[in-house]
Design a binder for this molecule. Structure first.
Ligand code: GTP
Ligand code: MG
Length: 378
């Protein structure tokens, strides 16, 4: 399953610096002037997975292939970007492609790195970005509504239903509520998929913090975050309407991440421990699993041990397609065992002789961390 994360934020907030810290392939240019990034930088980052390493050892697999996701470093957004300010609104299309948005907010002072806003206040960054996404969705909605209104004259049931739904979304957006937070039925969500609305996408907030402040700020939840900066009543109302007070942001220091990346592996660990900084990659993976309701399943043989990402509640038949399209076309059955039992019983052979594996059909609902072997027609 291909998963993609997009980095979004005002110019010069450390988006490309964060991209470089995370991406294992691809490198972005980092510079102290705004709009340094124009075309998106794309890279991959993998999930460190101790369970996969143990499974590979037990299955004597030659290669280990961890779960990977794509990360896309996008150009900076500014006020009125939806109208074409800054680099125009072309780059909004790149945000439409991603599954999860990583919002980077600036909370570091540095006279050498200019800031597009007069004051340093990450609450303002957050408000500007969310509003720009709302305005961009309102533009999309306006066009979609015009099309639907023309067609609705024919009174076809589905078009009328769509038009009503789009009108409701518009009212919600005009009241400052992201589509993500609007009350929608599953059927309505499915209907909206093809529009790729920006505010329907889940997002995670990351705050690029002065390194000295990092130990203190790491513990803040969203309520504390709101209390830490100057804000107006309207700003608070708007933000609280869209972000739950218990949500926790990720605090990081772009400067430290860039320094750490230059060190050899052993020294990186020491550095993190000394400054009491948690590793950034596992934090991102944790949010990714949570926001997108993902799970992992494994395929294991002598050649490779591989972790796959999948949405929760996936059937064995759907899972087959994530491994190989042929596995789905020629699906006969799935041999399934939990990773824990696979390890305890010493691999496929031990598991089979001790009755540890089960034969399941197409409709079997996979559970997190199961090992699966697809049997297919020849
Ligand atoms: N002092 C300080 N500087 C930082 C930090 N993180 C990034 N920078 C610097 O800020 C400048 C901008 O960083 P980038 O990563 O290029 O920022 P960006 O958000 O990608 O910028 P655009 O692509 O122009 O929108 C660079 O000079 C970085 O070295 C930080 O935590 N502290
Ligand atoms: Mg950049």
């Amino acid at each position: 399953m291909k998963i993609s994360l997009g980095i979004v934020g005002l110019p010069n907030v450390g988006k490309s610096t964060f991209f470089n810290a995370l991406a294992e392939t691809g490198e972005a240019l980092v510079a102290n002037y705004p709009f340094c990034t124009i075309e998106p930088n794309r890279g991959l980052f993998s999930k460190e997975d101790e369970l996969l390493i143990k499974l590979a050892k037990t299955a004597s697999s030659k290669k280990i292939l961890p779960a990977v996701a794509e990360i896309v470093d996008i150009a900076g957004i500014v006020r009125n970007a939806y109208k074409g300010q800054g680099l125009g609104n072309q780059f909004l299309a790149y945000i439409r492609e991603v599954d999860l948005i990583i919002l980077i907010l600036r909370d570091f002072n540095d006279p050498l790195v200019s800031h597009s806003e007069a004051q340093l206040n990450p609450l303002n960054d957050l408000e500007i970005i969310l509003l720009e996404l709302i305005f961009a969705d309102l533009e999309t909605l306006k066009k979609a509504l015009e099309r639907a209104s023309e067609r609705a004259k024919s009174y076809d049931r589905e078009t009328v239903f769509k038009k009503d739904l789009l009108s409701r979304l518009r009212v919600g957006l005009e009241q400052g509520r992201l589509i993500l937070n609007q009350d929608l039925q599953e059927e309505e969500k499915a209907l909206l998929k093809s529009y790729n609305f920006l505010t329907a996408k889940p997002f995670v907030c990351l705050v690029n913090t002065d390194e000295k402040e990092l130990p203190r700020k790491q513990k803040l939840n969203f309520s504390d975050f709101l209390d830490s900066y100057l804000s107006t009543h309207n700003q608070r109302e708007f933000l609280l309407r869209n972000i739950s007070s218990g949500e926790s942001f990720i605090y990081f220091s772009g400067k430290l991440l860039a320094e750490i990346k230059r060190l050899p592996e052993e020294e990186q660990q020491q550095f993190l421990a000394e400054f009491k900084i948690p590793k950034i990659k596992p934090l991102i993976w944790q949010r990714l699993f949570n926001k997108l309701s993902l799970m992992t399943f494994f395929t294991l043989n002598e050649n490779e041990a591989r972790a796959h990402l999948a949405p929760v509640e996936i059937t064995a038949w759907q899972a087959a397609a994530y491994v190989h399209s042929d596995f789905q076309k020629k699906f006969l059955s799935a041999e399934v065992i939990s990773a824990k039992d696979f390890l305890a019983l010493g691999g496929w052979q031990g598991a089979r002789t001790q009755g540890g594996t089960r034969k399941e059909g197409k409709d079997y609902l996979l559970k997190n961390e199961e090992v699966i072997l697809f049997h297919t027609r020849s």
